[in-house]
Design a protein around this ligand. Structure first.
Ligand SMILES: Nc1nc2c(ncn2[C@@H]2O[C@H](COP(=O)(O)OP(=O)(O)OP(=O)(O)O)[C@@H](O)[C@H]2O)c(=O)[nH]1
Ligand SMILES: [Mg+2]
Length: 453
């Protein structure tokens, strides 16, 4: 679809979830939506003002299909910015399909995934990152994910980036103007100010980039691996946290072979907990595969809960394990288990959580510790958090170009080269808000939306 052909086409889709429901919502948007709906509805829409609701009947060849409520939105006061009608019908799949069929027979066409949102963007109702926030809002499963999506929808990222972008555009233009006067060796763009702006941008974009770790964790859950030697109590821990017998627990070392994954929500954040095979050297073929998988899972995780049996593991062995298996970049909560078996007093490092998972589950305390560890290491600027991979990648590219500009300024390279690098920064920032977009980019983004949104 070229960017302009949409202006003449009216599109329709079922916007409620597929299947039977009490009621369903069918949406139609485009220049002919009113006249198309009038052909199948018992009332005229001609004299309606926007934001109006009408009660009437959907009729096919004098036969009543359904009693419906129709909401009318007049261009530009609708989500898409076009004339839009929303038909609230009864949620039978037959009725839904019938109404869609009638709309198509009268001149509408079926909407592509995300096409309503795409029109909202093309008609300037929302910028690109706000449009993407709608998809995140629909998909949000926790209060934290919801909060990030709402902030983005309100334009949090865009307004920040737009201010910086406009300042940078000004500088790029001034530098480009200098090129027209190259004979005269003039400097319209104050280099000290430009340098300051570049520094501000670098700091700011760096902050946004850092917030992605947090944003991404909230959107997709924090991958959290429970690891340790065999028999340490890993599966017991998983079961305790889930409050169900999810994994087999036994006194035989090497019970868990395959990874077991479950999601728990702590204070509104999803943690994807993975119970793993205990790490040891083994000749057992299946267990070997299990151990390899454990190591792979640890590598991919953002948080590790390392658990050990306090009676059978020395502090030195624990340290060795941590050094060998848990990389520095991964957050790690260390749990000393089976304290009930300890007869005399024993020294445990202060930062290890000492428990007896069998006799007292300590679930609340452990959950709090997991959450605290995550929070402590995810300092984020309250106002804006990046949670979208596309935005993160664009920021990273913009950041690299900014470093080039910074270097260029310090080395006094010619203005035309600096201007080129600044234009690159502008380009990458522009792709986030959609100030710069291509059919391909839009196609990729909206293909992941649901139909009817
Ligand atoms: N006394 C005591 N026994 C415990 C405690 N926690 C777990 N156990 C026991 O230790 C044994 C091993 O527990 P699991 O949870 O299966 O250990 P695991 O780390 O998953 O072991 P693998 O899957 O073999 O790697 C079981 O018999 C548990 O009942 C504890 O706090 N105290
Ligand atoms: Mg186990």
């Amino acid at each position: 679809m070229s960017n302009d052909s949409y202006k003449s086409e009216s599109i329709c889709a079922i916007s409620s979830p597929p299947g039977i429901g009490g009621v369903s919502l069918i949406r139609i948007s485009g220049p002919d939506s009113f006249s198309i709906v009038e052909k199948i509805f018992s009332k005229s829409l001609k004299d309606t003002s926007g934001y109006q609701v009408l009660y009437g009947k959907i009729i096919e060849k004098k036969q009543i299909i359904d009693d419906v409520i129709v909401a009318v939105f007049k261009n530009p006061h609708s989500f898409t910015g076009e004339n839009t009608v929303e038909i609230n019908c009864h949620g039978s799949t037959f009725i839904q399909q019938k109404i869609i069929e009638l709309l198509i027979n009268n001149g509408a066409r079926l909407a592509l995934p995300g096409e309503f949102s795409k029109r909202a963007f093309l008609n300037g109702k929302l910028d690109l990152s706000q449009t993407e926030a709608i998809a995140d809002l629909i998909n949000s499963k926790s209060s934290a994910a919801h909060e990030i999506a709402i902030k983005q929808l309100k334009g949090g990222i865009s307004s920040e980036l737009k201010i910086l972008r406009n300042k940078l555009i000004e500088f790029a233009s001034l530098i480009e103007l200098e090129l027209d006067f190259s004979e005269e060796d003039v400097e319209f763009a104050d280099r000290t100010h430009l340098n300051q702006l570049i520094q501000d941008l670098i700091t700011h974009i760096d902050q946004l980039k850092k917030s992605f770790q947090y944003g991404n964790a909230i959107k997709n859950g924090v991958s959290t691996v429970i690891a340790g030697r065999p028999n340490a109590g890993k599966s017991t821990l998983l079961n305790n946290i889930l409050n169900e017998n999810r994994a087999i627990v036994s006194s035989i070392a090497g019970t868990t072979r395959d990874t077991i994954e479950e999601i728990i929500t702590i204070n509104g954040i999803d943690f994807r907990l993975v119970d793993t095979a205990g790490i040891r050297n083994t000749e057992d073929e299946i267990e070997k595969i299990g151990v390899a998988k454990t190591l792979e899972k640890i590598n991919q995780s953002s948080l590790v809960i390392y658990i050990y049996d306090i009676c059978s593991t020395t502090e030195k062995e624990v340290d060795e394990d941590l050094r060998k298996y848990v990389e520095n970049k991964v957050l790690c909560l260390v749990i000393a288990n089976k304290i009930d078996l300890v007869k005399s007093s024993i020294d445990v490092p202060k930062d290890h959580l000492t428990v007896s998972l069998k006799t007292t589950p300590n679930t609340l305390e452990i959950k709090e510790s997991i959450f605290e560890l995550f929070e402590r290491n995810n300092v984020h600027n309250e106002s804006v958090v990046i949670s979208n991979m596309r935005h993160f990648e664009a920021l990273e590219l913009a950041y690299n170009e900014l470093i080039k500009v910074e270097k260029g300024l310090s080395e006094n390279i010619p203005g035309d080269l600096i201007a080129m690098d600044i234009r690159q920064v502008l380009y990458y920032i522009g792709t986030i808000t959609g100030d710069i977009s291509s059919d391909e980019l839009l196609g990729n983004i909206f293909a992941n939306f649901c139909i009817g949104k």
